[in-house]
Design a protein around this ligand. Structure first.
Ligand SMILES: [Zn+2]
Length: 382
């Protein structure tokens, strides 16, 4: 089959790779109909994960049709149209039984490759190297989906492919952010980043009853989308004193909840690049910690760097902040989000700004990485 593979730093290619096969009795094989680029791919593309190998198939977010099922699969039949949650989780461990699929003990079970200082296993993820389970991704004609009864969800007929696709990752990640922030009716919520996850965080906050949602970014086209589709107010950080403006719009206190959804780890400073230190300066996180009201919640999403310096720890204690984070979504919200999509409460198809054949995958990622031509997500069709 054809698949979009990582080849070397900043180099992708569509290659012929072996078809996936059932390996466990709970697997299904899905024929992909749509797959999307994701911000968490960008550090991989740049070659910043030493475990990535030439030929690894990328693609976190995808949707397709079940073409083969293992003997223990109960919830799916051949021909089902399914969206597959981005977290690979077993469904049976302590965390999964409590709906915390992103913390699954068994999804990315290659403990040997995990940082020994952290001593933990984690949920797996499609289109990631061994440390995240080594599951081939969705930028391909076919994908093996492990634990299919846990992670694959039948799409209601009323929901089109371009909408349902984002129930795999962007929508449940945004929902989880609002949940971790404990967004309540009447809250003021600020979101840094107007990409797909930022926009869907804003929408989730609105659906949970936030009185005001403010999205901070510098791309005018993305900010317009956040206004139109998430009902958010917007701030362009290049022309606005963000902290002052957020205070102004939150009764002088600062937002109740601040979510950092900037996706890609921030660019390293010149000094760090020269010294080669494994340090990133998290500007958006620092801004959120300073902006948040006392006793508020700051939520950090996505693939943050392992270590940061210049972190405003004093502000966390002085202001009695709660700091939470997640790299992956849980799976429990996916059916609820699909129902909201069917009821037209949650629209996501506008995020697919560029629709391309899989063969144009390298060009799609170039557009996505540069945010060129208004690209929010490039969506591929095999
Ligand atoms: Zn589990």
């Amino acid at each position: 089959m054809r698949a979009l593979c990582w080849v070397a730093a900043d180099e992708l290619a569509v290659r012929e790779v072996p078809d996936p096969e059932l390996r466990n009795e709970r697997d299904v094989i899905v024929r992909v109909r749509r797959s999307a680029t994701s911000g968490v791919d960008l550090p991989l593309l740049a070659g910043r994960d030493p475990l990535l190998r030439a030929g690894d198939v990328l693609g976190t977010e995808f949707l397709g049709e079940v073409v083969e099922t293992g003997p223990a699969v109960r919830r799916h039949r051949i021909g089902d149209r399914v969206v597959v949650g981005a977290s690979v989780a077993c469904g049976g461990c302590w965390y999964c039984r409590r709906g915390r699929h992103s913390c699954c003990d068994n999804g990315g079970a290659d403990v040997a490759s995990v940082d020994p200082d952290l001593v933990r296993s984690d949920a797996g993820c499609f289109g990631r190297p061994r440390a995240a389970g080594g599951f081939a991704g969705g930028h391909a004609e076919y994908v093996r989906v492990p634990y299919a009864d846990v992670g694959a969800f039948r799409v209601p007929d009323a929901v089109g492919d371009d909408r349902a696709l984002f129930a795999a990752d962007a929508a449940p990640t945004g929902w989880l952010a609002a949940e971790l922030g404990e967004v309540r009716s009447g809250d003021v919520v600020a979101v840094w980043g107007a990409g797909a996850v930022g926009q869907l965080t804003a929408r989730a906050a609105t659906l949970r009853g936030a009185a005001r949602v403010l999205v901070v970014d510098r791309h005018a086209d993305r900010l317009r989308m956040a206004e139109r589709h998430a009902g958010a107010e917007t701030l362009d950080y290049r022309s606005t004193d963000v902290a002052a403006e957020l205070r102004e719009r939150s009764g002088g206190r600062g937002p109740d909840v601040c979510v950092v959804a900037v996706g890609v780890p921030p660019t390293r400073s010149v000094a760090d690049r020269l010294t080669g230190r494994d340090v990133d300066r998290p500007d958006a996180v620092r801004e959120a910690v300073h902006a948040c009201r006392k006793d508020g919640v700051v939520v950090v999403l996505g693939g943050a760097p392992g270590h940061v310096d210049a972190f405003a720890l004093g502000a966390v204690t002085d202001k009695r902040l709660t700091l939470r984070g997640s790299r992956r979504p849980d799976l429990r919200d996916v059916p609820m989000l699909l129902h909201r999509m069917a009821r037209d409460e949650l629209r996501t198809e506008h995020l697919a700004t560029h629709r391309l054949p899989l063969e144009d995958g390298p060009r799609g990622y170039a557009l996505f990485a540069d945010r060129a031509d208004g690209c929010v997500r490039a969506v591929f069709t095999p």
